[in-house]
Structure formats: structure tokens, C-alpha cells
Design a protein around this ligand. Structure first.
Ligand code: LHQ
Length: 280
């Protein structure tokens, strides 16, 4: 792991932190943290080393003034899911428990990403397969290149979709389409993924970087606390009845109403100028 940070922070300079790990790259500047999966020769398959590295990067991101997290990938693919070259479990067939890998590595990561109090954007540049689909969908906004695709490869190797895949799919595209993708393991194009409501946007390959930059630039200057509470409310909606959701919205709105950004938003509206949110 190598650390290359410029910590001479003042109002004029932007602090840039970069870390190169064995399997990921991390960069943080001006409120934007970017994690890049970096095993392109294995289509960024997730190995044992990746998980502590991701948590370390997330710890660093959260220790700074984080306003957006971007998860991207190097090379031609986004993430091919679990690294099948590494043993997924130990012992004889009867003793083996590959669910333990999920409990130890995958599930805490997915839950952490979903509950991060800032917007999380995943950038799907190529194929996402297996738990790579889950990772892409654990973000709040998934943007994919037109040539990218989503493959629930689990059925091809006799496994069950995991790391949240069944949840994200059933919730976003309905049971009929979720079953089709999961049982057949067929590729879903990024175009169809967007049309079906599985992801936020599909954009032309040569526009991906610019569209991500636009999205991130916009989120970075947003009312971060309010955005964090918003994602919390939307995720909670599927789990409760209307009356309970109304109570939750009331509670979260009380918190949003106590932010400096709320005061700034209203002041900017009344003065007919753009708001200058600080994220507080
Ligand atoms: C890979 C992988 C890979 C290693 C491509 N591993 N090398 C978690 C843990 C606990 C319980 C179980 O569940 C899980 C969650 C899971 O994610 S299980 C599902 C694991 N993933 C898969 O089954 C997907 C396997 N990969 C593929 O089906 C294909 O590679 C896809 C469709 C992703 C891409 O196909 P192509 O574009 O044709 O690329 P490729 O197959 O030629 O792959 C390129 C290289 O990447 C190749 O290596 P090589 O040395 O021949 O160039 C692959 O072996 C390697 N690679 N996926 N998961």
C-alpha cells in the first residue's frame, strides 16, 4: 500500500489523498472520494484482499469531508464477482460453508455502502457479473456505458445470487424479470438495465467519463446532509407501511430543517441566486 497525500491544506489549495492498494486505487479530493477496482486482468474479480482494502479506503473517505463516493473500475470490465481462482470455502463438500464468506466479506460491505450518509455513484464501464452486479447496485446511482452489461452468473456455477442481488433485482425490476435473469444467467445490456429501472442511466461509451464528472460535480455541491437523509428515507420506504413512512419522513425532515444548507437553500431561492451549499 502506498500513501501519497498532500496535507498542506488551506483555503486556496485542495487536499488530495491517493492510496494505491494491492487490488484497488483510492483518491480523495475536494469532497469526492473515488475507489477504483484495480485487477483488470481478472476483470476486477473480488478476492480476500479486496475487502479490508475497501474498508480501509472507506474509513479514510469518511474521516475527510466526504460529499460523494464514486466506485469505478479499471480496464474493460467493472467486476466479475467473486474470484473463482481463490477457494470460496474450506473442507470437504459437506463441511464447506461459502455463506461464511458472504457474512465475513460481502454483506458488511454492501450494508456499509447502502448506509453511507452521502450519495454513492457506481460507474459500470463493462461487464458486471455475480457479486459485481450486487456491488454496482449497492450504489445510490448506477451509471453504465452502453457497451456494459449485467450478468447474474451465479446460475452458471450452481450458486444463488447473493450480496444483495436478489433484493436489488426483485425491488427494482419485479419478480418476473428478476427470476428470468437469475435463472437463465443471461446478459442484460446496460440499455435494457436502464429501460427496466435497474440502474439510473446508460450513456454512450465515449460520454461516460464526462457524464460521471457532471453527476459528481453536481452532487459534490449539494446539501449533503439532506441528500443522505433522502436516500435513507427512500430505502426505508419498501420496508414499511405508509403511516410509518410518514413518521420517518417527519423525523428526517426535522433534521434536514436544522441544517445550514436548508437556510442557505431558502435564502438563495428568495434572492433568486444559486445556492452555495456547504454540506452542513
Ligand atoms: C475471472 C473471473 C472470476 C477469476 C473472469 N474470477 N477470474 C461470493 C463468495 C461466496 C459465495 C459465492 O458467491 C459469491 C459471489 C459471486 O460473485 S459468485 C459468481 C462469480 N462470478 C462468476 O461466475 C463470473 C465468472 N466470469 C465470467 O462468467 C466471464 O468472465 C464474464 C461473463 C464476466 C466475462 O466474460 P469475457 O468478457 O468473455 O471475459 P473472460 O471470461 O475471458 O475473462 C477475462 C479474464 O478474467 C479471464 O482470465 P484469462 O487469464 O483467461 O484472460 C478469466 O478467467 C478472468 N475472470 N471472471 N470471477
Amino acid at each position: 500500500m502506498s500513501d501519497n497525500s498532500n496535507s498542506n491544506y488551506n483555503a486556496e489549495t485542495i487536499e488530495v489523498l491517493t492510496m494505491t492498494y494491492e487490488t484497488i486505487q483510492f483518491e480523495q479530493a475536494d469532497g469526492v472520494a473515488r475507489i477504483t477496482l484495480n485487477r483488470p486482468e481478472r476483470l476486477n474479480a473480488l478476492c480476500e484482499a479486496t475487502f479490508p482494502e475497501l474498508h480501509d479506503a472507506l474509513d479514510r473517505a469518511e474521516a475527510g469531508s466526504l460529499r460523494v463516493l464514486v466506485i469505478a473500475a479499471a480496464g474493460r470490465g467493472f467486476c466479475a464477482g467473486a474470484d473463482l481462482e481463490q477457494p470460496l470455502g474450506t473442507g470437504s463438500r459437506d463441511e464447506r460453508d461459502i455463506g461464511a464468506t458472504l457474512e465475513r466479506n460481502y454483506n458488511p460491505l454492501i450494508e456499509r455502502l447502502r448506509s453511507l450518509p452521502v450519495p454513492v455513484v457506481s460507474v459500470v464501464n463493462g461487464v458486471a457479473a455475480g457479486a459485481g452486479v450486487s456491488l454496482a447496485l449497492a450504489a445510490d446511482l448506477t451509471i453504465a456505458a452502453r457497451s456494459a452489461s449485467f450478468v447474474l452468473a451465479f446460475a452458471r456455477i450452481g450458486l444463488v445470487p447473493d450480496a444483495g442481488a436478489t433484493y436489488f433485482l426483485a425491488e427494482r425490476i419485479g419478480v418476473a424479470r428478476a427470476q428470468g435473469l437469475a435463472l437463465l444467467g443471461e446478459k442484460l445490456s446496460a440499455f435494457d438495465a436502464a429501460a427496466w429501472g435497474l440502474i439510473w442511466k446508460c450513456v454512450e461509451d465515449d460520454e461516460l467519463a464526462a457524464r460521471v464528472d457532471e453527476l459528481v460535480a453536481r452532487l459534490r455541491v449539494g446539501p449533503t446532509v439532506g441528500l443522505g437523509l433522502t436516500k435513507q428515507a427512500i430505502y426505508a420506504a419498501g420496508e414499511r407501511a405508509l403511516a410509518a413512512q410518514l413518521r420517518l419522513e417527519r423525523e428526517l425532515q426535522a433534521r434536514a430543517g436544522r441544517t445550514a444548507d436548508f437556510e442557505e437553500g431558502v435564502a438563495a431561492f428568495l434572492a433568486k441566486r444559486a445556492a452555495r451549499f456547504t454540506g452542513h
